[in-house]
Write a protein that binds this ligand. Structure first.
Ligand code: PLP
Length: 393
């Protein structure tokens, strides 16, 4: 069968590839530790599950408006008001089937052939593919490791062309855990205002921030910034609801309307009971978001010191999300590998630890380790990685 060009050009997800290999080894009876997961290891809080079950029992089992239940939009609006002091109207909100599909719909609604979208590296694997699927061109800007993997306003301005339509800011970032300060966001936003570029602010890890720092949404810097920004967020990471598929966007009404029209012909609506669960998530907080956040922070602090003690490994300490993104190029060299991807494969084959190679995120010297797994498994994984590096040095 001759498939469409648009799918043959897709790059398969590196995260999924390593997970599949790890699974295969597990099925063969090997004791594999997988650190590839992009989701919290906690179950969804019970009050959310109860609300979803109740909604079904009460007969809420039919279609909803394409852009989401009015009550959920209201809960999202209140969340923005409370967390960021931002005021949105219902016409400026769309709820969709996860932040991933919200982003997909956004690029479909925004981009014409050859429009450019600036993507800072290291990036979340789906951004370039989603831009390309919408006919757009990803333009990469390197977030230097020496600048905590963040891009500067000068770097941003240097790649802007007449075809630039948008820039993606992901703070806290997957895969690096970096967080932009309010001042840094202001500098980036000023460039976007000057050139009239839409800011796509992916804030899915907003609630997972550690230490003294706090999360700032670029939309809250000023009213002008808010008008120039579409914020993407969801409950997957904050409330451990990855399987529920609820995400949303807040932004210019014209864009939100176009996205809602697209949704009406693609998803119809996000799953009804999941929307009721999400309403509960935002209106009946029982403290579990903070319990999960502090468990991640505890793991990060314990694991980070052990990780950077491994020969040839250096790591910018993350400020958010649940990933570590160490540079392992020296460790790989100690083991005789110039290519970190090959080192990752050898580590999996010999020590049965699955990491995600950074090449898929546009950072070939790094690897991604998720600490959304038990401390016990993390500590054992680090013992194995250290043993692997030292065995051949
Ligand atoms: N954005 C980033 C940076 C992510 O890491 C993810 C999930 O891995 C998403 C968006 C999508 O989240 P979801 O579709 O589960 O809401």
């Amino acid at each position: 069968m001759k498939l469409a060009q648009r799918v043959s050009a897709l790059t398969p997800s590196t995260t999924l590839a390593i997970t599949a290999k790890a699974k295969e080894l597990k099925e063969q009876g090997h004791d594999v530790i997988g650190l590839g997961a992009g989701e919290p290891d906690f179950n969804t809080p019970q009050y959310i599950i109860d609300a979803a079950v109740r909604s079904m029992e009460e007969g809420h089992t039919k279609y909803t408006p394409s852009g989401g239940l009015p009550a959920l939009k209201k809960a999202v609006i209140e969340k923005f008001k409370e967390d960021q002091g931002l005021d949105y109207a219902p016409s400026e909100i769309i709820v969709g089937t996860g932040a991933k599909h919200i982003l997909y719909t956004l690029f479909q609604a925004l981009l014409d052939e050859a429009d450019e979208v600036i993507i800072p590296t290291p990036y979340w694997v789906s951004y370039p593919e989603q831009v390309k699927l919408a006919g757009g061109e990803p333009v990469y800007v390197e977030g230097l490791e020496s600048n905590d993997f963040k891009i500067t306003a000068e770097q941003l301005e240097a790649v802007i062309t007449p075809k630039t339509k948008a820039v993606i800011i992901n703070s806290p970032s997957n895969p690096t855990g970096s967080l932009y300060s309010k001042e840094e966001l202001k500098q980036l936003g000023d460039v976007c205002l000057k050139h009239d570029i839409l800011i796509v602010s992916d804030e899915i890890y907003e609630k997972l921030v550690y230490g003294e720092v706090t999360h700032t949404s670029i939309a809250e810097v000023s009213d002008e910034f808010k008008r120039q920004t579409v914020v993407v967020n969801g409950v997957s990471k904050s409330h451990s609801m990855t399987g529920w598929r609820i995400g949303y966007a807040a932004g210019p009404a014209e864009l939100i309307k176009a996205m809602t029209n697209l949704a009406s012909h693609s998803t119809s609506n996000p799953t009804t009971s999941a929307q009721y669960g999400a309403i509960a998530a935002y209106t009946e907080d029982d403290g579990s978001v903070e319990v999960m956040r502090s468990a991640f922070e505890d793991r990060l602090n314990k694991v980070y010191v052990k990780l950077v003690a491994i020969p040839g490994v250096s790591c910018v300490k993350p400020k958010g999300a649940f990933y570590l993104f160490p540079n392992v190029s020296e460790a790989a060299k100690l083991n005789g590998y110039d290519d970190v991807d090959k080192w990752v494969e050898a580590l999996l084959a010999e020590e049965k630890v699955a990491l995600v190679p950074g090449s898929g995120f546009g950072a070939p010297h790094n690897v991604r380790l998720s600490y959304a797994t038990s401390l016990e498994a993390l500590e054992e994984a680090l013992i194995r990685i250290e043993r692997f590096v030292r065995a051949k040095t």
